[in-house]
Write a protein that binds this ligand. Structure first.
Ligand SMILES: [Mg+2]
Length: 167
């Protein structure tokens, strides 16, 4: 098993991650995947919970940015507009270029950056390759469709290897 596929920390959902944690770990940029991380795919606009969460991060001095592989930027753009944050689209996770672009935009180093996502082969692998803190959450709203059920079952052994997790 590749250790690049083991996240640093595993949580139930994004709201378990707090501005206090970011401060304690020296994280100034929190990169977030959008689909199944901050919202189920079926939800078109951010709800109050995610708006409050993003605002609390910003108020505490941690910039939040979306790093998305989404083919259409329209969905990402709408979400980010409502949340008052910026994004890197067509990021090509797990490639490093999207992570690099986001860090350059924010003017931070890899040590000051964390990636939050629900998928090992994109979000977590890219984070490990880029040297940023890899935070993983369970898919918001649960896995949707046969493929996602298989994918999430395949992720289980790697999640179990995560030292800090809620399981
Ligand atoms: Mg996702």
């Amino acid at each position: 098993m590749s250790f690049s596929l083991v996240p640093d920390k595993l949580y139930r959902r994004y709201t378990d991650i707090t501005p206090q944690m970011m401060q304690a770990w020296g994280i100034r940029l929190l990169l977030c995947d959008l689909d199944y991380t901050l919202a189920p795919r079926s939800v078109a606009r951010p709800d109050d919970t995610v708006l409050d969460w993003v605002n609390a991060m910003k108020a505490a001095g941690t910039e939040v940015m979306i790093l998305s592989n989404n083919r259409s930027s329209e969905r990402v753009e709408l979400f980010c507009k409502d949340m008052g944050i910026t994004y890197v689209g067509h990021a090509g996770k797990p490639a490093k270029r999207g992570y690099r672009e986001a860090m350059a935009k924010a003017g931070v180093t890899a040590r000051e950056t964390a990636m939050l996502g629900d998928k090992l082969l994109t979000d977590v692998l890219g984070a490990r390759r880029s040297g940023v803190l890899a935070l993983m959450v369970e898919p918001l709203g649960g896995p949707v469709g046969a493929w996602n059920h298989v994918l999430h079952a395949l992720q289980a052994p790697f999640k179990a290897m995560t030292k800090e997790n809620y399981l």
